[in-house]
Design a protein. Structure first.
Ligand SMILES: C[S@@+](CC[C@H](N)C(=O)[O-])C[C@H]1O[C@@H](n2cnc3c(N)ncnc32)[C@H](O)[C@@H]1O
Length: 398
């Protein structure tokens, strides 16, 4: 994770301001809304290449630590590095440690094929068949598929930034035009795709998460979403070396009303991934479980309005807001943290909400009495819609 440690600085950051192509929009300071004493922490809102995100600045021993805020991370990681470097330049900091210098920028990965999740919510539409690969890792399989099937639109999902950057370089070098890449959790992504549009979903060698099964890609909810987005005859294809994961998936996939499974052991594919090579060398079995979708599904409404319509007095809200989680049968809301923008009746509320197995962690930015979700909007899932309606009530001034 890129970060910079500095022991002193010569200038205070003024907002709004700009250093080269990084804009500093505001600084928000942690607000003590729980009884627990805490160290002061700042969230600095930056914008580069039309992407807003937050940097975290806090004390670390005798020094200051500057890094990207986890909730608002962006790709490519170079954006974050540029923002961190611009901050220390702007305040003229005396750097003690930094890992933000680029080592090898010879091939600049193309950004044309790296898309924000907002793009999929608002703009993505295609007449082409869509194929999705979840957790493409080194990208061998995805690149091979895209080259073999130029008429299909591929979407690669990955949460590991170096893998994304590596794939984008290959996309550029090999002149491939039918892959879009998104840095997003696959368990949430599918909700943005229209029903009955996808031909194949590949999940090759997912992390089995034996000790944390709630982090697995496959779950009942995931399978339902996969069946919704798959065309009739479309397939969800799991390939794994883990017998436990295979058994778990077969259990989930058996006797579904709208799909049938086929199982294979040690089947060879046209291309073998890095993981596959490793497991084969170790003499492990490779299991395939393919779910074929047998029916068309209903379209869903993507246009839910996630705005906050009422005017909000931020200073009043934060003095009355409850730190206790709201827990209902099918959703919850927990206010995690609050950051205030000095003298402006404005700030950030960090909140976790939505369904229990797929909670969302977001900031709500309140500025000039208007509230909005910072960065992208929540997914229009039923749990998120219910949580949003409840949040609107919680953020109402009496
Ligand atoms: C074991 S690797 C397999 C990579 C590749 N499919 C292969 O066969 O070589 C699993 C990959 O899934 C990615 N991953 C894990 N959880 C994910 C999630 N929830 N959404 C998207 N990608 C995920 C990881 O970053 C990792 O690159």
């Amino acid at each position: 994770m890129p970060h910079i440690i500095f022991d002193s600085f010569k200038k205070e950051l003024v907002t709004p301001s700009k250093n080269e192509d990084v804009t500093f929009k505001f600084i928000a300071k942690s607000f003590n809304f729980t009884s627990k004493p805490r160290k002061t922490e700042y969230k600095i809102c930056v914008e580069k290449e039309n992407k807003d995100f937050l940097l975290t600045l806090k004390q670390k021993d005798e020094n200051h630590l500057l890094k990207v805020d986890k909730v608002t991370r962006v790709t490519p990681v170079q954006l974050v590095k540029d923002a961190l470097n611009a901050y220390v330049k702007e305040v003229d900091a005396n750097i003690v440690f930094s890992n933000t210098q680029s080592i090898n920028q010879k091939i600049k990965p193309t950004q044309k094929y790296l898309k924000d999740i907002d793009y999929f919510v608002n703009d993505f539409d295609t007449e082409k068949e869509i194929n999705i690969e979840i957790g493409f890792g080194s990208g061998r399989h995805l690149l091979h598929q895209a080259k073999e099937n130029p008429k299909i639109q591929y979407i690669g999902l990955e949460i590991h930034t170096p893998s994304i950057e590596q794939l984008l370089k290959q996309v550029e070098i090999q002149g491939i035009e039918n892959i879009l890449v998104v840095n997003y959790d696959a368990r949430l992504f599918m909700e943005f795709i229209k029903s009955n549009k996808v031909g194949k979903i590949f999940v090759h060698f997912p992390v089995p998460w034996d000790k944390k099964p709630h982090r697995r890609i496959y779950s009942n909810a995931f399978i339902n979403e996969a069946l919704r987005v798959l065309k009739k005859e479309g397939t969800l294809e799991l390939r794994t070396d883990s017998r436990k994961y295979f058994d778990y998936c077969v259990d989930l996939l058996t006797n579904l009303p709208s799909g049938q499974i086929t199982i294979d052991i040690n089947k060879d594919l046209a291309v073998s991934s890095k993981y596959e090579d490793r497991w084969k060398k170790q003499g492990k079995h490779i299991y395939d479980v393919v779910l074929k979708c047998s029916q068309e599904d209903k379209e869903i409404n993507f246009n839910y309005d996630f705005t906050f319509d009422k005017e909000i007095e931020f200073d009043e809200i934060i003095n009355n807001i409850s730190t206790k989680a709201v827990v209902k049968d099918d959703y919850f809301i927990h206010i995690e943290d609050i950051f205030t923008i000095k003298g402006e009746n404005s700030g950030l509320i960090q909140v976790t909400f939505g369904s229990f197995d797929r909670p969302l962690n977001k900031y709500i930015l309140i500025e000039n009495k208007k509230a909005r979700y910072f960065q992208d909007l929540p997914l229009p899932t039923s749990a998120n819609i219910k949580a949003h309606n409840q949040l609107k009530e919680m953020l109402k001034n009496d």
